[in-house]
Design a protein around this ligand. Structure first.
Ligand code: GTP
Ligand code: MG
Length: 697
């Protein structure tokens, strides 16, 4: 009966099959972790990570769908409604004398129903296997395994009223069986009202609303009880909406109780029909106030016995379906099948079950797609946004050192990390291309290519005069004072990250940062700087560099070429040497960066600076390398701070021109500290889910 064949034919959900998809963390997994490592996560694990309660809800909804078909002949009708409207009284009309005595009825709070009480036909208990399935379904739906309602009326009343209990016992349903229901063959779920304020042991209205929603999933029909004066009460509408939302398609009926005789049955019909239309109510029942003698004509006398008690002490409302036509209502005689008591017998079990099954399936479908998957989708999207935000923060922080900004903040040009490699390249190029006049005073080795390491050595070898050494130390000071270029230290990098929103952009570092001195962050920044210092192999394009420098020599006016005291080449080499000496003074964790025009300006060679900045060729040589360094440093920052690197090229605006940054080629390193997870929902999963549980199906 539950074979695959049947499932395909009637569109019912194959829960075990679906469950295995939801638990798959391998080939059919939902989440693909992209950073910090490639891993997969199943649908249920992802939902559980985000909202553990929702994961249990999905499992419960799946089990409901799975077991429902076995309970096809055991329908349960929910009796929900307004406070004191007579819900328990209505339930009691179906029960035996002994059963009625166990119900708790009355207008005061101590007589209120404060637990869910499920009344079942006594016969059902004979089929112990199905009965225990029903019990586990109820427990699954409402949250906790059910408890039996005591046979002893006093104890039963205490349970009914949740005396000595609290909010947690509210979620434990009570179950009772009664022979009075054998004929009806339905279960009745007596619900607490969801309106009245929090009272001892009653929980907040929200909690009760939530519980009612859960309880609804075991019910194949809804009977909402209201007193006659509540026709305009918004809560009545709320209740009907909850029933419709939770169990769409399941029949809903309205029972209006305590009607006063001044209102005729057709008037009741008229009063409640707008509400009935809005909420898809199939039938409106009414019962007249039995305490009012004038009600007599409106209280039908059933030809079958057992509805109204002969004992005047214990009266019960008699509900009948109201008609639009006054002549069809009491006091005229009505047929027995219009009495609410006849409803269970009239219910078409097969149809009822079909609607119930569809409702359960649509609940499961909605929970899996619209709640679970949406949650995972949002979370994945959030991880992407968070990663972008973090990448952006680090880019902005890097640009503080690798870009030259105007006062307004606009980027004028990118700065080069003045690594040994770059300085050597520049010095070499200036030396080999220098015209004769520029070489005066430079004792230059023809084999310039064999540079010795160490700035001091270079200064000594190529710039022999005391003035040259002075130039070098001036350059150093200018950088240190921040007049030209920039110097990056771990503390300055931290401050830049902070200025660009680090606290929110790098939540994985700042949320866990308990150390107010931020020493962990400083350590990370230091590691990033050291690594860049070591791994930055960016070079200027040698051929284009020589061309550019040659061009520059030729464009500098001769009178400017001869700078007082030193020949231009000697000055330049000394200045380069000065730049190289900056880190020596600072210790090793400092990165000096400057654009080539900035260097010339710092050297006091304004003309050269202007020529270099003005020519497209010359400009390009430095900018090309600077872009590469920028993305490499950014990649190192991402690695260090545990953030996925940029997946695509980015553009930045330099001098109002959009520049596309290259991709970094620097080798990846694992994060040294906390990481920011990045993941996405796999399309393959979406397709598979669509196949097994069609979204619109
Ligand atoms: N006068 C009159 N009283 C009624 C009628 N129907 C029910 N009652 C009384 O209304 C009171 C409340 O009835 P209950 O059945 O306890 O109502 P309930 O909806 O279960 O109440 P809660 O569980 O507290 O929400 C009881 O005292 C009933 O006897 C009626 O038609 N006329
Ligand atoms: Mg009650």
């Amino acid at each position: 009966m539950f074979g695959k064949h049947r499932n395909i034919e009637d569109g019912s959900i194959d829960w075990p099959g679906l469950l295995s998809l939801l638990e798959d963390d391998d080939r059919r997994a939902t989440v693909q972790l992209i950073y910090p490592s490639e891993a997969r996560e199943s649908y249920l694990a992802a939902v559980r990570r985000l909202d553990a309660a929702l994961a249990s809800e999905i499992l419960a909804a799946g089990r409901q769908v799975h077991s429902a078909s076995q309970l096809v002949n055991w329908p349960v009708i929910a009796i929900a409604g307004m406070l004191n409207s007579g819900k328990t009284s209505l339930v009691a009309t179906y029960l035996s004398e002994a059963g009625r005595a166990r119900t708790l009825r009355g207008p005061s709070n101590v007589q209120g129903t404060h637990r869910f009480v499920l009344w079942l036909p006594q016969q059902w208990q004979q089929d112990s296997e199905l009965f225990s399935l029903l019990m586990s379904r109820i427990g699954d739906a409402i949250g906790r395994p059910p408890e039996m309602l005591a046979e002893d009326p006093d104890t039963a009343h205490q349970q009914y009223n949740n005396r000595g209990g609290d909010v947690s016992t509210l979620a434990i349903p009570l179950v009772a069986t009664d022979p009075g229901l054998d004929k009806a063959g339905v279960g009745l779920l007596d619900c607490p009202d969801i309106v009245s304020d929090e009272a001892f042991g009653l929980g907040s209205p929200d909690i009760r609303r939530d519980l009612l929603g859960r309880a609804a999933t075991i019910c194949s029909a809804f009977l909402v009880v209201s007193s006659a004066e509540s026709s305009r009460d918004a809560t009545l509408g709320d209740l009907l909406r909850i029933a419709a939302d939770l169990m769409p398609g399941v029949p809903r009926m309205l029972a209006v109780n305590k009607v006063r005789p001044r209102q005729t049955p057709d008037q009741v019909f008229e009063t409640f029909s707008p509400l009935a239309k809005t909420h898809g109510i199939e039938t409106v029942y009414a019962a007249y106030d039995f305490d009012v003698p004038a009600s007599r004509p409106y209280i039908p006398i059933s030809t079958e016995d057992g509805l109204t008690s002969k004992d005047d002490e214990d009266l019960f409302p008699v509900f009948f379906s109201v008609s639009e036509n006054p002549d069809d209502n009491p006091p005229a005689a009505i047929r027995d099948d219009r009495l609410l008591s006849a409803l269970p017998a009239r219910l078409d079990r097969a149809k009822l079950f079909e609607k119930f099954r569809v409702a359960l399936q649509s609940t499961l479908r909605g929970t899996i797609w619209n709640r679970g998957l949406s949650l995972i989708d949002h979370d994945a999207e959030h991880s992407l946004q968070a990663t972008r935000k973090a990448q952006d923060c680090l880019m902005q922080a890097a640009l503080e050192f690798f870009a030259h900004r105007q006062v307004g903040g606009e980027l004028v040009e990118l700065r080069l990390h003045q690594s040994k490699r770059i300085i050597h390249q520049l010095s070499e190029s200036f030396a080999v291309t220098a015209p004769w006049y520029a070489r005066w005073g430079v004792r230059m080795n023809a084999k310039l290519r064999r540079f010795v390491d160490g700035a001091g050595e270079m200064v000594r070898r190529f710039t022999p005069t005391a003035m040259a050494e002075q130039t070098a130390s001036e350059i150093k000071d200018k950088f240190r004072r921040g007049e030209y270029g920039s110097l990056m230290t771990p503390e300055r990098l931290n401050a830049a990250i902070d200025r660009h929103g680090g606290a929110s952009a790098l939540p994985h570092w700042f949320a866990a940062e308990v150390d107010p001195s931020m020493s962990r962050l400083t350590e990370a920044s230091e590691a990033a700087i050291l690594r860049f210092e070591r791994d930055d192999f960016t070079q200027l394009d040698p051929r284009r560099l020589d061309e550019a420098v040659r061009q520059m020599w030729s464009e500098v006016p001769v009178r400017k070429k001869l700078v007082a005291g030193l020949t231009p080449l000697a000055t330049i080499l000394a200045a380069f040497g000065g730049v190289l000496m900056i880190p020596v003074d600072f210790g090793t964790t400092v990165i000096a960066s400057a654009s080539i025009p900035e260097l010339f300006a710092a050297f006091g060679m304004a003309a050269m600076a202007a020529v270099w900045a003005g020519g497209a060729n010359t400009r390009d040589v430095g900018q090309q390398a600077a872009k590469q360094q920028l993305v490499d440093f950014h990649a190192i920052l991402c690695d260090t701070f545990g953030i996925e690197r940029m997946a695509t090229t980015t553009t930045i605006e330099v001098s109002r021109v959009k520049e596309t940054l290259p991709m970094s080629h620097i080798i990846r390193r694992d994060a040294i500290g906390p990481t920011l997870l990045l993941y996405q929902v796999r399309d393959a999963f979406r397709k598979e889910l669509q196949k097994q549980l069609p979204r619109g199906g």
